[in-house]
Design a protein around this ligand. Sequence first.
Ligand code: ZN
Length: 157
Amino acid sequence: MKFIADGMLGKLMRWLRMLGHNVKYSNKLDDAQLIAIAKKERRILLTRDLELYQQATAKGVQAFYVNGQTQAENLAKVSQKFGICLDIDMAKSRCPKCNVQVKPIPKEKVADKVEKSTFAYYNEFWECPKCGQIYWQGAHWTRIRKTLETAKELSQK
Ligand SMILES: [Zn+2]
């Protein structure tokens, strides 16, 4: 299951990548290009644009109209529709920026790449092989978990 998201769904795209999904995204693609790529690469088109959704469907492209008011609502909708698990598994997680799977990196290798306090406090780190960004489940993780919990509650309704 692979996705392509329209330019208005940049945030949802980042969430889905963190959850381990392959999501193509560029805010420079027009409607015709989005539909053509979805068709060629057999990607599900996620869109916030009802007209684009209808056009894609008419052309035989699998599409989903995402019209939630919050990220949690959007996540709940895609989770319900596609059976997406709303827990982040770092073994599958992708870099939100590059759509490439992150890899565990030994703590000693990140000493000069993260703040001293981060290095002192955390033991598990991951690196994006493409952009080199280092990830860890830091303080911001509380907010991430909270959004995912809200999304889970919504998806069970
Ligand atoms: Zn990256």
